[in-house]
Design a protein. Structure first.
Length: 360
């Protein structure tokens, strides 16, 4: 019987509510399959700041390094917005991505056919959407130096952020994306702004060079402004998209609306020696404590964890099938509610996934 260890980082806002549902699903799976799953909770974000004065305590990092995978809820909220930049909850999330060198962020935007009418976009546009956004996660403008706000001699202020990418950083994310494309429809679109930004001109050059190793994958390039438009014009043209940290942040939110709700989208942040899984949505301060948050993105993130970090693809399949089943049953949290469906809260949705698992 194998044993795996998972660090749960519920974080802030709805984070604890949705992570509790994923934990319920994992606990049930472990009991059923004879797998020993050691799940411990740690602190990150505003919750960590409140308890320790640091949004990413050293203890959390050490435990994250020692476990098989990390499952995170969400960080941030209005309570911590007045804090200095260095101790804001978001620094905890960016800090763990950097410290574990989680450079490859997989954000699948796949439409569940049951939710085709939940999207704000027309059925004929979104039907069949199945895109994998591969976002570079540990470099780019999020981390480039110099950065900050300077006060100039005349007393005015100057805000600075730097977009920088080294060839090795581009090579490794390009390679990850080509590997992903190889297992899908073998189409990779690299998104940049090479007509304006030198750093992404280099990005394009290096992606093309890496592409020589993958002659079986059809490589194309698109400027980010055009990509933003093409995503809602004709999403079916995309299979895998690879892009920089900030463009990936923006385009993955946009892509999520093709699937009905941002509350449905999981993600995996992978490094060479560590992995973290989290829903792509945020801490949703407006619905905290109401018991209405959609736990499915976190449950699907747990499925990605089973597949990518715990080498348990059959359990991952079972979770995904169970999520499909509860959608077939017509159960909907408010974010994906449609007329004629049955509105349920966070806990009932988690329970329904477990019930669907036990029927499979
Ligand atoms: C995301 C989020 C984060 C990001 C925030 C919370 C720092 O928007 O994971 O997409 O910008 O990467
Ligand atoms: Mg984002």
């Amino acid at each position: 019987m194998s044993s795996k260890s998972i660090l749960l980082l519920p974080g802030d806002g709805i984070g604890p509510e949705i992570v509790a549902e994923a934990r319920k699903v994992l606990t049930w799976l472990a009991q059923q399959s004879g797998l020993t799953l050691v799940m411990e909770e740690g602190l990150i974000g505003g919750a960590a700041y409140d308890a320790t004065g640091n949004p990413l305590p050293e203890e959390t990092l050490q435990r994250a390094r020692a476990c098989d995978a990390v499952l995170l809820g969400a960080v941030g909220g209005p309570k911590w917005e007045p804090l200095p930049y260095e101790v804001r909850p978001e620094r905890g999330l960016l800090g763990i991505r950097k410290a574990l060198d989680l450079y490859c962020n997989l954000r699948p935007a796949k439409l569940f056919s049951q939710l085709v009418d939940a999207s704000t976009l027309k059925r004929e546009v979104v039907e069949g959407t199945d895109i994998m956004v591969v976002r570079e996660l540990s470099s780019g403008i999020y981390f480039g130096q110099p950065r900050g706000v300077q006060t100039l001699a005349d007393g005015s202020r100057l805000g600075i952020n730097t977009l920088s990418y080294s060839t090795s950083e581009i090579e490794r994310i390009a390679r990850s994306a080509f590997e992903v494309a190889r297992k899908r429809q073998k189409k990779l679109c690299s998104v940049d702004k090479a007509n304006v930004l030198e750093a992404t001109e280099l990005w394009r050059e290096v992606v093309i060079a890496v592409g020589k190793e993958y002659p079986d994958v059809a490589l194309s390039h698109m400027y980010v402004d055009n990509a933003a438009m093409q995503l809602i014009r004709n999403p079916r043209q995309f299979d895998v998209i690879v892009t920089t940290n900030m463009f990936g942040d923006i385009l993955s939110d946009e892509a999520s609306m093709l699937t009905g709700s941002i509350g449905m989208l999981p993600s995996a942040s992978l490094g060479d020696t560590a992995a973290l899984y989290e829903p792509i949505h945020g801490s949703a301060p407006d619905i905290v404590g109401l018991g209405v948050a959609n736990p499915l993105a976190t449950i699907l993130s747990a499925a990605m964890m089973l597949r990518h970090s715990l080498a348990l693809p059959e359990l991952a399949d079972r979770v995904e099938t169970a999520v499909n089943r509860v959608l077939d049953q017509g159960l909907r949290t408010p974010d994906i509610m449609q007329t004629g469906m049955q509105k349920v809260g966070t806990v009932a949705m988690g329970d329904a996934v477990v019930a669907a698992l036990s029927e499979s």
